[in-house]
Ligand binder design. Structure first.
Ligand code: PLP
Length: 479
């Protein structure tokens, strides 16, 4: 018999190309500051650089890697540039990239404990570490006799959706899953909450009209009295309040909702209390910033994103629940083909029951690599440093009379504006971003165009923020 034909990459080829890719990555990080942060391509330009049809015959790895430089890189906005101050960051780091590579290599699909016990157990264990590292309540632990639990989700959007689904089922005694909703459930969040809460209301069948966007105070934080009044009004109208989502660090301005007051209202009214700390939760690694989550002991669920500001590659969201049974009973379906002894024994977690998808990657590997590489001390150091530098930036803004602060800056997001009005701010931002020297984005606060400057990219240091401020001042001088 002739030897079996194969198009696969041999281990030896993999070794060789793998080294080339690792070198490519190291070179990329060495030269990233020379690249324009915001991609400068025109719409359609990337596609024009690609052949109309897929290659019939396989190509050399060198040719593929060359096109990475020629076709792909110009169309990349460099989220890992230390001059990236836009949106919230999407951190990457050496240990995380390598952990993710190993996850790709193992290619595990960890839907059940039995389909790779390490995938499930490392995840529970590392998320339990984080409970201690962040000073979260013990009720979120998956270990010991706690009835809570923790799981990695792809994004905070999915975590908040799962929280809302579990709350929906708890409120309807698991009837909604069987019969669908009756349009009476009402959810609450502030008018500054992330759009993912609105999306959750749409997807969970609650309906946008049944999501109340509660007013905020002058610091853009939810007003608990307004929440209590709205709940009262809804009850009087025969509706059924069931869920409140508070935010620790809103996307627009980093506002901190008052968790103790909101949590108390939820307790008094029997509502599920969810806390979205997608970006700012990481600050709680440092004891001096843990005040941001005061009141978290009242929460039924909590979520934050190591893929934003904890040096862990997208995607990696941590989701905690006080009552894992409510979550599992909401999302669990056991078809015959997934039945197995470990599941039947009840001694293991099958994470497919903790989120929407069935399949799941071995995402805890990269998180584990990050925590072990940096140690708690290293993570705290870099988080503190980002906050310190952002605070320094805020001071410079305050000292320049052409500018004003647009919101308090409790952590690492500075919202500010040029006093010249909306058009000047838009122009200033566009010119800075077009220059490629830095990238920042905007929001609207009190109806006014506001610049957002977030210091959270893994490698951002004082030098980068000094340069950014110099460039902002230069462009402001040309307005
Ligand atoms: N919640 C807050 C407060 C956010 O700032 C964001 C994203 O910026 C999200 C949720 C959504 O995050 P994800 O992309 O993980 O769904």
């Amino acid at each position: 018999m002739s030897p079996e034909k194969s198009y696969h990459m041999t281990p030896e080829q993999f070794r060789q190309h793998g080294r080339a890719v690792v070198d490519w990555i190291a070179d990329y990080y060495e030269r990233i500051e020379t690249l324009p942060v915001l991609s400068q391509v025109e719409p359609g330009q990337v596609r024009q650089g690609l052949p109309a049809a897929a290659p019939a015959a396989g190509e050399s790895f060198d040719a593929i890697l060359q096109d990475m430089n020629k076709v792909i890189l110009p169309g990349v906005t460099h989220w890992q540039s230390p001059n990236f101050f836009a949106y919230f960051p999407a951190n990457a780091s050496g240990p995380s990239i390598l952990g993710d590579l190993l996850s790709s290599a193992l290619g595990v699909q960890g839907m059940l404990w039995a389909t790779s016990p390490a995938c499930t157990e490392l995840e529970s264990h590392v998320l339990d570490w984080l409970v201690t590292m962040l000073g979260l309540p013990q009720k979120f632990l998956s270990s010991n006799s706690s009835s809570g639990g923790d799981v990695i989700q792809d994004t905070a959007s999915s975590a908040s959706l799962c929280a809302m689904l579990a709350a929906r089922e708890r409120a309807t005694n698991y009837r909604s899953n069987r019969r669908g909703g009756d349009g009476k459930l009402v959810a609450y969040t502030s008018n500054q909450a992330h759009s993912s809460i609105e999306k959750a209301a749409m997807v969970a069948g609650i309906g946008m009209d049944n999501l109340r966007l509660i007013e905020v105070d002058e610091r853009f934080a939810m007003q608990p009295e307004a929440l209590a009044r709205q709940i009262q009004r809804d009850r009087q109208s025969g509706l059924v309040p069931f869920f409140v989502s508070a935010t620790v660090g809103t996307t627009s301005s980093n506002a901190l909702d008052p968790l103790p007051a909101i949590g108390t209202i939820c307790r008094e009214n029997g509502l599920w209390f969810h806390v979205d700390a997608a970006m700012s939760g990481t600050a709680a690694l440092c004891p001096e910033f843990r005040y941001i989550q005061d009141g978290i002991e009242l929460a039924d669920s909590y979520t934050f994103n190591p893929h934003k500001w904890m040096f862990t590659n997208f995607d990696c969201n941590c989701f905690y629940v006080a009552d894992r049974k409510a979550l599992i009973d909401t999302l669990s379906i056991l078809p015959e083909y997934l039945r197995n002894q470990a599941t039947e024994s009840g001694a293991v977690f099958d994470y497919r029951d903790w989120h929407i998808p069935l399949g799941r990657r071995f995402r805890s590997l990269k998180l584990w690599f990050v925590i072990r590489h940096y140690g708690v001390e290293g993570l705290q150091y870099h988080v503190r440093r980002h906050i310190e530098i952002a605070q320094q930036f805020a001071e410079w803004v305050k000292q320049d009379e052409r500018f004003e602060m647009a919101a308090p800056a409790p952590l690492n997001l500075v919202c500010f504006r040029h006093r010249g009005g909306d058009e000047s701010n838009q122009l200033l931002m566009d010119r800075l971003n077009r220059s490629g020297d830095l990238y920042l984005t905007h929001t609207r606060l009190n109806e006014r165009f506001t610049l957002r400057f977030c210091v959270g990219q893994t490698h951002t240091g004082l030098r980068h923020v000094q340069n950014a401020w110099r460039r902002i001042q230069e462009e402001a001088g040309k307005l």
